[in-house]
Ligand binder design. Structure first.
Ligand SMILES: [Fe+2]
Length: 380
């Protein structure tokens, strides 16, 4: 290997070639021939417009080998495979691909927070949408899981205009937009003046709403302050205090259900979802809608202990941000990570009217990557 080319070209006992990639962190990794073959960038292998592969898994023999390899100087690596195909690779591109696939599912690693988060992450919406603040806004949102937008027009329906800047609005049986105010014959406790403990919305739905936007049009009532809690931070604290209980909440499917005259939605989810790497992926916490199966007594002892501890932490002053939304304020939060709630309000003391909607979780992710591609943010 030359100093400028971080790939070793060696021989295997059968005479074929073994490539070993040296990574920026000092470690090295052998490259599987099929892994490299399916990344051939030539137009016979990869459609140049869609960047989609032009062959299927059975088209590659399992005993595929690398039979030729030559570092051309600079960034180029020429490789020949035992199926007769030859291609030229960018070593930097291979390194970037290895790094990208060893990372996490989101474009930015989350930074956990509790009540000490200061300052409150907020952005002026008019500046963001008309100027250059959008990239920074996205970075804040993806890192912390929420942001408060100020100066959003208080015209009814504006929440949909904001949402469409970030992704596709997810219509549900509540419509594309829902009004949050106290009303007679409420079909959800959200539509009363009762306090709402921190929760995630709609765990009974598939898919669960990814991101929620709540826009304040009027808030003249006594009470009705907003709460946000970082569910990942609380789950991490539960894991620290009670690893057995934490594990139980990551592996026990619970039934969530919503029912009205025309709808019956049921989904089974574990309260704390981890991804394949064991990283936090999502929280499902709607403590008036969760029903655990009749498990063995000792398992339920652990489950109920953990659920109680989780709920106590989620409602404790240590983790909750409490603030008041005024007219023109909009809180946008990752409904799979950040729990939301409110204090009780007295609808007779003044009007309180919020409008909300959902978008999918991947909208801001995509927008952020496009900003990175355009050089407006450093690539993650
Ligand atoms: Fe809610």
């Amino acid at each position: 290997m030359s100093g400028a080319v971080p790939v070793d070209i060696g021989r295997r006992p059968d005479g074929s070639i073994q490539l070993v990639l040296h990574r920026g962190d000092g470690s090295s990794v052998p490259i599987h021939p099929i892994w490299l073959r399916e990344r051939c960038p030539d137009p016979a292998s990869l459609d140049p417009l869609t960047l989609q592969r032009l062959f299927e898994p059975p088209d590659l023999p399992l005993d595929l080998a690398i039979v030729e390899a030559e570092a051309m100087g600079g960034d180029e690596l020429r490789v020949g495979f035992s199926d007769g195909h030859r291609s030229v690779f960018s070593i930097a591109a291979i390194q970037a691909e290895v790094a990208a696939l060893s990372g996490i599912h989101a474009p930015i690693r989350p930074r956990l927070w509790d009540r000490r988060l200061n300052p409150m992450p907020s952005s002026d919406w008019q500046q963001a949408v008309n100027g250059t603040g959008m990239a920074a806004l996205l970075e804040t949102f993806l890192t912390l899981g929420f942001v408060v937008l100020r100066n959003v027009p208080t015209t009814p329906g504006s929440v949909l205009d904001v949402a469409r800047r970030f992704g596709h609005v997810r219509m549900t049986n509540f419509g594309d937009l829902f009004d949050v105010w106290a009303k007679a014959e409420a079909d959800d406790l959200a539509y009363t003046g009762l306090a709402l403990a921190p929760h995630t919305d709609n765990p009974y739905r598939d898919p669960v709403p990814g991101i929620q936007l709540l826009h304040c049009l009027i808030n003249e009532a006594e009470g009705g302050n907003s709460t946000l809690v970082d569910g990942f931070a609380v789950a991490a604290e539960l894991r620290r205090r009670d690893s057995e209980g934490f594990a139980m909440l990551t592996r026990t499917p619970v039934r969530y259900r919503y029912c009205d005259g025309t709808t019956e939605l049921i989904a089974w989810r574990v309260p704390i979802e981890l991804d394949a790497r064991g990283e936090f992926f999502a929280i499902n916490h709607s403590p008036r809608l969760d029903f655990v199966p009749l498990l063995p007594l000792d398992e339920l002892d652990v489950y109920y202990r953990a659920r109680r501890a989780f709920a106590v932490l989620l409602t404790s002053d240590d983790f909750a941000l409490r603030f008041r939304l005024g007219p023109g304020d909009l809180e946008m939060f990752d409904n799979r990570r950040v729990l939301h709630g409110r204090t009780a309000f007295d609808g007779r003391s003044g009007a309180r009217h919020l409008q909300g909607c959902y978008i999918d979780r991947d909208g801001p992710d995509s927008l952020y990557r496009v900003f990175c591609r355009a050089g407006r943010l450093p690539a993650a």
